[in-house]
Ligand binder design. Structure first.
Ligand code: NI
Length: 186
């Protein structure tokens, strides 16, 4: 296993559409997935998409520790690390929520991003099993963020007002209401 270099915003790999994986159970993906796992843990990320490590395949992984998984839903619990190959999502309602996001490809930045609050998602695990689930709140946000990476989209593209972008170190004593006040929704 290896810790991989993470592409930063500006590298074209982050703007390309990743290619579907013909056979999710093929062993040729195992090394990439193991390396992505080690890279995500090393960077203390909650999600990672293959294009972020220069691999143009439709593979994402995510996890939601208990401390964050409950955000936005009373039914949500800790989500163990999940790998999704060829993932798809659909909104289960029109409800949209604003929430803070960061990205390993945009170090130190945070932004308030609108996302669907409740989604269904599906994809294949590395052993070829079809996974079909629904997600709320924080987990739904992470999955939407990672799926965007497969389509060349970064969270900054979805921010409705550039005043909703900040550096992490400036968030130390930020007032959430101040930012929400800048946004015309919520
Ligand atoms: Ni990201």
């Amino acid at each position: 296993m290896a810790i991989l270099k993470i592409a930063l915003m500006g590298h074209p790999v982050l703007r390309r559409t990743a290619q579907p994986v013909p056979n999710p159970a093929a062993p040729e993906h195992r090394e990439l997935i193991d390396d992505m796992r080690q890279t995500m843990v090393d960077a203390t990320g909650v999600g990672l998409a293959a294009p972020q490590v220069f691999a143009g395949r439709r593979i994402i992984m995510f996890c939601a520790p208990a401390s964050r998984a409950g955000t936005g839903s009373k039914t949500e619990t800790e989500i163990p690390e999940t790998v999704l190959i060829n993932p798809e999502i659909e909104p289960f309602s029109d409800e949209v929520a604003l929430g803070w996001e960061g990205c390993l490809s945009l170090p130190r930045l945070r932004g308030l991003v609108p996302r669907w609050r409740h989604i269904g998602y599906r994809g294949y695990s590395p052993d070829g099993t079809l996974i079909e689930c629904e997600a709320f709140g924080f987990l739904a946000r992470v999955i939407q963020h990672e799926l965007d990476h497969l389509n060349g989209i970064l969270y900054l593209d979805r921010i409705i007002d550039s005043r909703l972008i900040t550096y992490e170190e400036e968030m130390a004593d930020f007032r959430h209401e101040d930012y929400i006040g800048l946004a015309s929704i919520e």
